[in-house]
Each structure stands twice: as C-alpha cells, then as structure tokens.
Unconditional design. Structure first.
Lengths: 202, 95
C-alpha cells in the first residue's frame, strides 16, 4: 500500500477521543462549552451590573413571571419530546420519530411566539409606564440582550431541527445526527432554566 | 450508513426526569412568590433548584451520565471559568 493510502485508511479508522462513536458529538460538546462561556459572560455581566446599581427594578414586579414559567415548561417538555424522538429513531420507528421531532419544533415555535408577545408588552406598555428605557437604565439593556441572545439560539435550534427532520425523512441522516441536534436543543433548554432563575426570579 | 449504537446502558427514565423538572419549576415559582422569606435564603433555594434542573437535563437528556467522565469535565469548565470571572471582576464594580 502506498504511504498516502496507508495514512488515509489510518485517518479514517481513528476514533474520536471521549466520544469514540462519533466525531460530530465531540465537536458539538466542545461548541456547547464555548457557547456556555458566551452565555456565562452575559449572565455574570448582568449580575455584576445589577449588584453595582443602587436602584434596580425588582424583576418579580416588572416582568411577567407566570408567562415565563409557562415558557420554561414549554422548553422542558420540548426537551422530553426531543429525547423521545431520538429514542424512536434509534429503534427504527420513523413514524414516532417524526411525531416527536415535530412536537419539539412546535414547542420551540410556541416559545418564540410567547417571547415575542412578552417583548412587545414590555416595550410598548410595561417599561414606559415604569419609566425604564435603554437610555435611562441598564435593566433594559441587560434584559433584552440576554433574552434576545437566547431567543436567537432557539430560532437557530428550530431551523436546525427542521433540517434534521427533513434529511432523516429523506433517508440521508440517521440517529447519530438526531443525537447531536438533541445535544444542542437540550443546551438551549438548560440555558433558559438558568436565565429564568437569574433574570426573572432572583 | 449504519446507525452508531451508543455504548449499551439502560435507557434513563425520561418521564421520571420530567416530573422532577416540573416539580422543581413549580418549587422555584413558589419560592419567588413566597411573601416572607429572607433574601439570602431565597437566593440559595432558587440557585440550588436551578442548578439541580440544569444537572438533570445535562446528565439524563444529554446522556452525560453515560459518557466518559472527562466529557463531564469539558461540560463543567465554563461554570468554573464563570465563577472565576465573577470573582476577578468583583473589585471593579464600584469605580
């Protein structure tokens, strides 16, 4: 065998460290660790700015906790449907896989709809009536940047899941790809759990 | 292309994990609405519940519990770095 061919076949056989069954899975985990740093820095920045301010509007009275609690449950339920869809495709049950992945996508869309409603209500009614605007208080900036950055991730996740669904139904993708998409979606849920606690409840 | 079989382990009880997540979410909202609670107690309870929920999602939904333990270290590194970041920035918050 020529040296080049030997190198090629050796490279193809190499297993990924930590997740030997899939290089993509390792790649996603490392990406998520980096993304967690982005969110972590935003949350830490928010916490320190709030700690350094004399007057900060109490979130419990300023923001709508009930709607947001419902949004939290939406994402948690969508994580459950995601993991059930992975389990289905691993067992070869394409009908069940499709049903649960569609439910996951729907959950994400409902979350975004609720967030759009929440933002509209805050921007047009609630914040002006409390005299809070981007130019007067850091509350507005930190809130919208943090929840907006997360909302962008949800949007990306909905698109990602839709692409994976289409490709799986066409037979081009399999359980491995669904697992990796699942990791991203659970991460989005996890970050929201933390944002819900630190921005809305504390 | 063969489906990569994940290393064999019994499937976690996903619905069980969901009920815990639901209970903890309700618990968090209850604590947030509780009228007479010292601020520090409230923060400790909320942060504790939030991290428990995050751990449940990571360990069971993301299958971290069934992966190699070094991957858990990869996943925990951002948390450690963010704690470090907060501590390093604390002296600067009052100009």
């Amino acid at each position: 065998m020529s040296e080049a061919a030997a190198i090629d076949s050796a490279a193809e056989a190499a297993e990924a460290p930590l997740t030997p069954e899939s290089w993509g899975k390792l790649g996603m985990w490392i990406f998520l660790a980096a993304d967690a740093m982005s969110f972590g820095c935003l949350i830490v920045g928010y916490a320190l700015l709030r700690h350094a301010s004399e007057k900060w509007p109490p979130p419990a009275q300023t923001l709508g906790i009930n709607l947001t609690a419902f949004m939290t449950l939406l994402l948690i339920i969508s994580s459950v449907t995601m993991v059930l869809s992975l389990s289905a495709i691993q067992n070869g049950d394409l009908r069940r896989f499709k049903k649960f992945l569609l439910l996951t996508i729907l959950g994400g869309l409902l979350f975004l709809g609720c967030q759009a409603y929440e933002w509209t209500h805050l921007i047009t009614d609630r914040l002006p009536e409390l005299g809070i605007s981007f130019s007067t208080h850091l509350f507005a900036t930190t809130f919208f940047v943090l929840t907006g950055f997360h909302g962008m991730h949800v949007t990306g996740g909905v698109l990602y899941n839709s692409c994976v669904l289409a490709a799986c139904l066409r037979g081009r993708y399999g359980a491995k790809h669904v697992e990796i998409a699942g990791l991203y979606w659970h991460f989005v849920d996890l970050v929201w759990i933390l944002i819900f606690t630190f921005v809305y409840l504390i | 292309m063969t489906t990569a079989q994940a290393h064999a382990h019994p499937q976690p009880n996903y619905m069980g994990v969901f009920w815990w997540l639901l209970a903890l979410t309700i618990g968090e909202v209850a604590v947030a609405y509780a009228p007479f609670l010292p601020k520090l107690t409230m923060i400790i309870l909320l942060v504790g519940m939030a991290f428990t929920k995050a751990a449940l999602v990571a360990l069971y939904f993301m299958h971290l519990k069934f992966e190699r333990s070094t991957l858990t270290l990869v996943a925990l590194t951002p948390l450690i770095l963010c704690v470090f970041l907060s501590l390093m920035l604390l002296p600067d918050i009052h100009p």
